[in-house]
Structure formats: C-alpha cells, structure tokens
Design a protein. Sequence first.
Length: 208
Amino acid sequence: MTRPRTTTALIALTLTLTACTPTAPEPPPATPTSPTLIHMSTRQPDPWDITILNGWEVVHRNEYGLSVTHLLEGKDGAAKAAGFFIKRRRGDSVYERMNKGSEPDYPIEPQDVFHHEHQRLLIREVVDITILPERLIGGENAFGFSSVDITEARHGLQETWFVVRHDGVWQFTMQPAHWEETIPPEIYQMLDSFHWETTEPSPTATES
C-alpha cells in the first residue's frame, strides 16, 4: 500500500527537523582549584574596616584586631554576651606556631595553616568539630570550622574562619551568648561587611 504524498512529506520534514535540532551541550567538568602559595612577608597589617551594627559594643579595636560584644537576655533571664572577634597573626608568629621556625622566608599553602589549626583543636577530645564550606571574607578565600565544647560544665559554640594573606593570618571568631544554639545573624552581617582597604589582592608566592 502506498502512503499519501502529504503523509510522506510530513514524515520527511519531521526527520529533517529532528536531525537538525541541536542537543544541549554537556556542562564542562569542574576544575579543581590548584593550591595557592602565600608568602607572609609583610610585617605591617593592611588597613581594614568593618560596619559595627547598632547595639554592639566595641570592647577593643586597633590595626591588629577587634572585639565586639552584645548583651542578650539568656533563657534564665541573665544577661549573656554574644561576641565577634578578629585577630591577626604576623607571619613569623604563624611559623613558630606551626613549628616551622621563626622566619617566614618561604611561601605556605593556606590549607596547611587551616589543617594545623584543626589538628590543634582535635587534641581537645571534648570538642565536636564540623568543617564548613569555603567562603569569601573581604574578597579573599577563607577556611573555617564550627566547634562545640561538649563538657558538662560548658556548652560553647564557636565558628572560626582563617584567611591567609601576605600580611599574616587573620582569624575571625564568632560565638553566640552562653548556652545559645545559634550565632546571631548580626554577626554574619558584620563579617560580610569586613574588607581590607587595599587596591590589589593579596599577592601569591609567584607575585611577591
């Protein structure tokens, strides 16, 4: 039996369109980030700034760090303070802390610094640690973990972040009020507002 010409033409047109329709391209595979070596050779810290929210008290602030607290009423009615702390360690202090000598005359991988801080905390067997996804702080890569002191006398939650730069290691520590389970969102807002007042990013070992 012969097909009608109209049907045959429609089949041929359908096959032609199917053959010509492009398929969606496969997404490129994720490229792993190559290690970046940082030469912590700058002794003077870069200037920085941060937005302090209303209701938070600046206890201490200078070019090397910051302490900010906020009194909250706890579950038992007592006033307890949440806190946000910034501390900068110079390169030579970091190397001594890692038992690598006292002169930062060679570059270091930021992950090595983070691994060392993680191991220091693991020595305390009463701490529950969770590694956090990497994020940016002030436009620079940051590595962090949350930790909970699980002793009977204390239930201390902390979130700690590390940024390795040419002017040393910057540590950002956030903690809720005593016995609280979550860090106040205002602390994250202040962390997101932090930035170094430099026009160029932190140089790598190949650039410095």
